[in-house]
Design a protein around this ligand. Structure first.
Ligand code: B12
Length: 300
């Protein structure tokens, strides 16, 4: 068993990788220094001998002390890509647990899972990853987020004053991981969320929403080509008798699209360009800040 000892000298912390060895002669545990690692806040995974790099005690020490977290994240992203291609869900959950216990769920999605999936897309687009392996990666990522969501549902953190949210994609849009990730994060914050992605015809969205009665609808668009379907859905929601106060549209597919902000503001539609996961909660809070009971637009 190894651990990292933190030794203070003249106000500075220095780290030593230490191994516990059983000493048969003395009948007790002996501590042996494996490696001097230098200043504690500068220790990175690469400083650790390879056989100990995945040790939870080592990872947590680096996470707590290192100012060079980016290097650790880089290593974790490489590891995740490899695990996704092998569909190794157990090890992916392990990385999620190791990372999120220090940095939280939001950062896990934003700094590890999403960038790794974007990388999968680039590797596929440049012919360095075949379609089958891309699909394996996507399926494995979905399985991981499903497990995380099940864990969140077991420890609900319901906030009765928060708006009810419906997440969907326009018809023809099959990218659904972004929706699952948003669902996961909002649920962890106590929101009541229904995620009906991917690709639901507008009529079915309206039919479902009439029963669920959401305060907000979030539309996720990954392919710019789906703007027609997204507009159709927006118009159908606005024409319906749904009590929806706002429709938020986001996802990488809206980046290149020209939007008429004035017209959209009147229609209570917001295109949130460049909004990552961390920007979603502030956006929701901004439009619902008028009070906890949160005024709905009632259309007759
Ligand atoms: C997995 C994947 C697939 C899977 C999807 C499976 C599934 N059930 O989701 C499959 C294999 C089906 C697929 C198919 C296709 N794909 Co694809 N796919 C991807 C890939 C690799 C990852 C997507 C992903 O999971 N991202 C991770 C999530 C977490 O990120 P996200 O979706 O962006 O969501 C975040 C933010 O955008 C934001 N957000 C999202 N929605 C919303 C909504 C609101 C309101 C807000 C505020 C914020 C917000 O928050 C989210 C969380 O952080 C991407 C690569 C990429 N760059 O995204 C390519 C990619 C999107 N696909 C691409 C293409 C071309 C296709 C196909 C056309 C390929 C083909 N020829 O068949 C088809 C189209 C299918 C369809 N009609 O939808 C291209 C799109 C290029 C473009 N610019 O148009 C990409 C970019 C790959 C590439 N580099 O070329 N794909």
């Amino acid at each position: 068993m190894v651990f990292i000892r933190d030794k203070k000298v003249k106000g500075h912390s220095y780290a030593y990788l230490v191994r516990n060895e059983w000493d048969n002669k003395n009948g007790k545990v002996r501590q042996e220094i494996v490696k001097y690692l230098g200043r504690s806040n500068k220790v990175v995974v690469e400083d650790i001998p390879i056989e100990y790099q995945k040790d939870p005690k080592v990872i947590s020490f680096i996470a707590c002390h290192s100012t060079d977290v980016e290097k650790m994240e880089l290593t974790m992203k490489e590891e995740m890509l490899e695990l996704l291609t092998r569909n190794d869900i157990k090890s992916l959950v392990d990385i999620y647990e190791r990372y999120s216990q220090f940095y939280g769920l939001l950062r896990f999605y934003e700094r590890l899972l999403a960038p790794v999936m974007y990388n999968v897309g680039e590797l596929w687009a440049s012919g360095r990853l075949n379609v089958a392996t891309e699909h394996i990666c996507s399926n494995a990522a979905h399985s991981l987020v499903k497990i995380i969501n099940e864990r969140i549902s077991r420890n609900p953190n319901k906030n009765r004053n928060s708006p009810k949210i419906l997440i969907c994609t326009p018809e023809g849009e099959y990218h659904s991981l972004g929706c699952m990730v948003i669902e996961s994060f909002l649920r962890s914050k106590g929101y009541s969320v229904s995620n009906i992605a991917p690709s639901v015809p507008s009529d079915s969205v309206i039919a479902f929403a009439s029963k669920y009665d959401p305060d907000l609808i979030m539309i996720s668009m990954t392919l710019a080509d789906n703007i027609g379907a997204a507009n159709k859905l927006i118009n159908r929601v606005l024409e319906s008798k749904l009590h929806v106060s706002h429709i938020l549209v986001g996802g990488i597919g809206i980046e290149q699209i020209k939007t008429n902000n004035q017209k959209n503001a009147l229609r209570k539609v917001k295109f949130l360009k460049g909004t990552k996961l961390s920007g979603i909660l502030p956006s929701i809070k901004e439009i619902t800040k008028s009070g906890p009971k949160y005024s709905k637009v009632i259309r007759k």
